[in-house]
Design a protein around this ligand. Structure first.
Ligand code: ADP
Ligand code: MG
Length: 700
């Protein structure tokens, strides 16, 4: 059997050096196998004939059978064209050619039957088909033509003649060359029979040249199965190995600090969801294994408290804890919150950020290495080599999607025994994505908000209604409430954005001259940022004008109105994060999304979703469907190339679930990866891990 993966694409007849270079560069097709796995993105049914009377201007490709009654040459210069008046007895449609006019007039005989294939469009209120394929009716065996594949190609490729048709031809050449035997089977006969799959070779042939849609479904199913199965198998097998390899610190007792905090300092009852999650965490840290847990909970669901309780468990068992957050503002807030909540309990909480002063910093480093500090709240600053703990027992990573993969991995090396890891995310990750990205982590969910929260009322408005917005803000501030006004800040046009923010700030200062306004953006000095944030948090200022630096974590319960300017420039999950800054106290909260009048279809949908749902999970699912998983924050940083070729995390949730179970069965029944029954599978796994450079270790 030919080794397709190592056979260079340039040796395929019809390719050669130049086209190979294009295929390499444009589609990352290097080998025959890459071509084989370059699947069509759509198919057109060439066994089906349409009637002319059915045609509209916005149909996909159609096929007609009939005759041309007459030709007409029209237009001048660039618009010179040949029009064939075509009918099948149900109506007339114009076939239009701008090139090859003379040739066509000679070739096509009036009154003879032809099969016409092309895409209808509207021109001057009439339906026509430009540059259709046209073949004499008796030369085409429609029944056996099946579905015609369409391949995505780039502009550069099309300019060099490598269009979809040319790609189809290359694939045909490849199949002829290989005459049937393409690739070795990747699943065991047992699995194939048990899960009613077709063979890999059949699936590959059918995916390129299906006869009908039933057959195509089977092929797609088989190839998706393969793709998802091997990702899941790889994750589960990695998790299995890790559990065996790493022992964890054991927090066996619930001690004095935890109990005193619980009974003396906790100002409210935990929600049931919080209780459940704390229990799950306690079970993990009291086993002999290192905890690797992902905690998902919508904004405002009370994750900080869960983090604190987990850190107190560490303290009671003689360990230190570290809470890692993505921004300095957030680090300071968390540090203050923790200190406030702990009151007089003997727990030392310290803050370490990039802007900690030298002297302070030295003291903190010392406190960490001699064990005097119990809890460190920090940013990236904690990752530096010289930050050493005496006995780090647990690391909690808040708002995790902001941290890169490598950074998380670094925390592992702060001890001989790796600390327990709790990753908290407020951007709920859809289940399918979580299973793929964090498939080796246990997942806890806080699916309940603290009692007494009123749902935030969200409204979408156009710019021309700003006067109304201002008068609404006036009323709210008069009631003693505070307001956020957020402007976008995107790296690419930072200058312009900052100007928008400054202009907005000045304008607001005029409109709200009786009140005090804070301003906050990432370009400010850390000390100034703190001061402004502090002024707002303490109620000294009524309005905070800001960029998205307040997106994560900031907690000012008295702020109840969020105005988002140029809301069209934010993604769904970002909008939801921002909205999460309000609705944290008991008062009714509002979120006003202000946009331009002209909106794309996509933006309109985003606004619709935001105004109709407050549920982060619903929003995350919608986001996944709108944008596709490749764009979701976090996937780029995952360290894994997630270019799924055929499966789709938004659409194939059920299959993913199913396949994960199959993979789990395999790992459980052959944990040593050595049973001859599964040899094919383990060998294939090794091969694709090597090829794709999958290293799960790096992502948790
Ligand atoms: P997030 O999950 O977004 O990090 P926080 O931990 O910041 O949420 O909590 C949001 C607010 O809810 C805080 O002001 C916190 O004190 C409060 N809170 C947390 N848990 C409860 C609870 N069980 N009952 C009432 N309020 C709570
Ligand atoms: Mg938080």
């Amino acid at each position: 059997m030919l080794d397709l993966a190592s056979r260079d694409i340039k040796f395929l007849p019809g390719v050669g050096e130049q086209r190979a270079a294009l295929l390499n560069r444009e589609l990352k097709i290097y080998s025959l196998q890459d071509l084989l796995y370059y699947f069509p993105y759509k198919y057109v049914d060439r066994s089906r004939l349409f009637h002319v009377s059915e045609l509209t201007g916005n149909m996909p490709h159609v096929q007609l059978c009939g005759e041309i009654r007459s030709f007409e040459e029209m237009g001048e210069g660039a618009t010179r064209r040949l029009v064939g008046h075509f009918t099948d007895g149900t109506g007339f449609v114009d076939l239009v050619w701008f090139r090859g006019i003379k040739y066509l007039k000679n070739k096509i005989k009036l009154g003879e039957r032809y099969i016409v294939f092309g895409k209808p469009s509207s021109f001057n209120g009439r339906v026509n088909i430009a540059h259709p394929d046209i073949d004499a009716a008796e030369t085409l065996q429609l029944g056996s033509m099946g579905l015609q594949p369409y391949y995505n190609t780039t502009e550069k490729m099309k300019r060099s003649g490598l269009n979809s048709q040319a790609m189809a031809k290359l694939v045909t050449t490849l199949f002829n060359l290989l005459s049937g035997q393409l690739l070795p089977e990747t699943l065991t006969p047992d699995l194939i029979i048990k899960h009613r799959l077709i063979s890999l070779n059949d699936a590959l042939r059918i995916i390129h040249f299906p006869k009908n849609t039933d057959e195509l479904q089977c092929a797609r199913h088989r190839l998706k199965f393969d793709e998802l199965f091997y990702i899941q198998l790889s994750i589960l097998q990695y998790a299995n190995e890790r559990t065996k390899k790493y022992v964890g610190h054991r927090f066996s007792k619930v001690g004095e600090v935890f109990n005193r905090f619980y009974s003396e300092c906790l100002p409210f009852e935990l929600t049931n969801a919080q209780k459940r999650v704390v229990k799950e965490i306690r079970r993990d840290v009291n086993s002999n294994h290192q905890m690797n847990r992902l905690l998902q909970g919508d904004v405002g669901s009370g994750k900080t408290l869960v983090a604190l309780l987990s850190m107190l468990l560490a303290k009671d068992n003689g360990y230190q804890a570290c809470l890692m957050v993505p921004t300095e503002i957030l680090a300071e807030q968390h540090c203050a919150t923790l200190r406030r909540m702990l009151g007089l309990l003997p727990v030392r909480v310290e803050l370490l950020t990039g802007s900690s002063r030298q002297k302070e910093r030295r003291e903190i480093l010392e406190g960490l290495s001699n064990g005097a500090i119990d809890i460190l709240v920090s940013t990236h600053a904690v990752l530096e080599e010289n930050v050493q703990f005496l006995n780090l027992g647990i690391v909690i990573i808040d708002e995790q999607h902001r941290f890169g993969v490598a950074q998380r991995a670094k925390m592992w090396t702060k001890n001989n025994i790796p600390p327990h890891i709790l990753v908290m995310t407020a951007t709920p990750i859809p289940r399918t994505l979580a299973m793929t990205l964090y498939g080796d982590l246990e997942v806890s969910v806080i699916d309940e908000l603290p009692p007494g929260r009123k749902p935030i009322l969200t409204q979408h408005l156009f710019h021309n209604r700003m006067e109304e917005v201002y008068s609404f803000l006036h009323k709210q501030i008069a009631l003693g409430r505070q307001v956020y006004v957020v402007y976008p800040l995107i790296k690419e046009n930072e200058k312009l954005d900052l100007k928008n923010l400054e202009d907005g700030y000045k304008h607001l200062c005029n409109v709200f001259c009786d009140y005090s306004i804070s301003k906050l953006h990432g370009k400010m000095k850390p000390a100034d940022k703190d001061a402004e944030m502090q002024r707002f948090a303490s109620g000294e200022t009524q309005i905070l004008v800001s960029t998205t630096v307040i997106e994560v974590g900031v907690d000012v319960p008295n702020a109840t109105v969020m105005v988002i300017e140029n809301a069209e420039r934010f993604g769904l999950s970002q909008l939801h994060q921002l909205r999460g800054r309000v609705g944290r106290g008991g008062g009714q909260s509002y979120c006003l999304l202000v946009t331009d009048y002209k909106l794309s279809e996509d933006t309109r949908k985003r606004m619709e979703i935001m105004t109709s749902s407050n549920d982060g999970f619903v929003i995350a699912e919608a986001d996944l469907k709108l944008r596709g998983p490749g764009d979701i924050e976090g996937t780029q940083q995952s360290g894994i190339a997630f270019d799924l070729k055929i499966a789709n995390l938004a659409r194939d949730e059920q299959l993913l679930q199913y396949v994960r179970n199959v993979a789990r069965e395999v790992v459980e029944s052959d944990p040593a990866c050595s049973s001859p029954q599964y040899r094919i599978i383990w060998e294939h796994l090794r091969l694709i891990k090597y090829r794709n450079n999958w290293r799960w270790g790096a992502i948790s």
